[in-house]
Design a protein around this ligand. Structure first.
Ligand SMILES: Nc1ncnc2c1ncn2[C@@H]1O[C@H](COP(=O)(O)OP(=O)(O)OP(=O)(O)O)[C@@H](O)[C@H]1O
Length: 271
């Protein structure tokens, strides 16, 4: 459903951030994008939602060519791409509910959103989503009263109320502790499965990528150097992506954690 063909990006500074990247992401697939700092992960995500214009190549979402859309076409296409950010990007002085509803901005028109007059169906859906992410009881809290994990749950609900076909997730756990990081990754993956959503998750943490994604793409200096299942990320591949390190320790840690994972499951309610 998402296809990138020979996508390259050269910034005005001369940096070649992406080199002929070709990828296909089928419906419902969660893909983790890994690679060292500067590999081009953010640039790839930004080319898909056109925050950055690719220099060459073609990007299509469900057959629609994203890479050459006009501003109006782009606004429409962006409704189909939910974004989840590292720093949550919430409006601090607004409530949890208002932040979630802001995900409908692309649909409701400027004045309606200015006066915060969202349709009843949107409000109902926001409650359902807050229930699903475990925050129904916090709908009236201000965003600045929440913990990092709770903020990210609001960010997830805000992305989902857009009713996207694709989730673009940029470092969702970078500001979270290890346990919360796992809960957030698990929640994102479960929601993608429930809703047949595709996702690209840009993630620094190789362990988390291996634990939760069915497919991992490794970028190095703007090129894909690995594209395959998480268990194919052996020491040689990781060295190719990140350089020399004691990868055996990392890999065995994943196995240990899998065996000992006795965390309580996320709250379940119908979505
Ligand atoms: N706006 C920009 N102008 C010029 N060069 C840029 C710009 N943004 C990124 N770059 C360059 O493009 C390359 C890829 O950067 P990018 O941010 O996509 O990497 P990344 O893998 O997301 O890194 P990180 O994990 O640190 O966020 C780097 O060499 C970076 O310096």
């Amino acid at each position: 459903m998402l296809s990138l063909k020979s996508v390259s990006k050269r910034y005005k500074t001369g940096d070649l951030a992406l080199k002929e990247v070709t990828l296909e992401i089928p419906e419902g697939q969660v893909m983790a994008l890994i690679g060292p700092s500067g590999a081009g992960k953010s640039t790839l995500i930004r080319c898909i939602n056109r925050l950055v214009d690719p220099t060459e190549g073609v990007i299509t979402l469900d057959g629609e060519v994203i890479s050459s859309l006009s501003a109006r076409g782009l606004r429409k296409a962006r409704r189909r791409m939910g974004m989840i950010f590292q720093e949550y990007a919430l409006v601090e002085r607004l409530t949890v509910m208002e932040n979630v509803l802001s995900g409908r901005l692309g649909y409701v028109g400027f004045w309606r959103s200015w006066f915060r007059k969202y349709p009843a169906a949107d409000v109902q859906e926001a409650f359902r989503l807050l229930d699903r992410v475990g925050l129904k009881h916090m709908a009236d809290k201000r965003a600045d009263e929440l913990s990092g994990g709770q903020r990210q749950r609001v960010g997830i609900a805000r992305a989902l109320i857009q009713d996207p076909a694709l989730l673009l997730v940029d470092e969702p756990t970078a500001s979270l502790d290890p346990k919360t990081s796992r809960q957030i990754m698990r929640l994102i993956c479960e929601l993608c499965e429930e809703r047949h959503l595709s996702a690209i998750i840009n993630i620094h943490d190789v362990l988390l990528a291996q634990m939760f994604a069915k497919r991992v793409v490794g970028l190095q200096l703007g090129e894909i150097v690995y594209d395959g299942p998480p268990d194919g990320l052996g020491p040689d591949v990781l060295t190719q992506i990140y350089g020399e390190e004691d990868w055996e320790a990392t890999i065995s840690k994943v196995e240990d954690e899998d065996e000992n994972d006795e965390e309580a499951p996320e709250p379940v309610a119908s979505a």
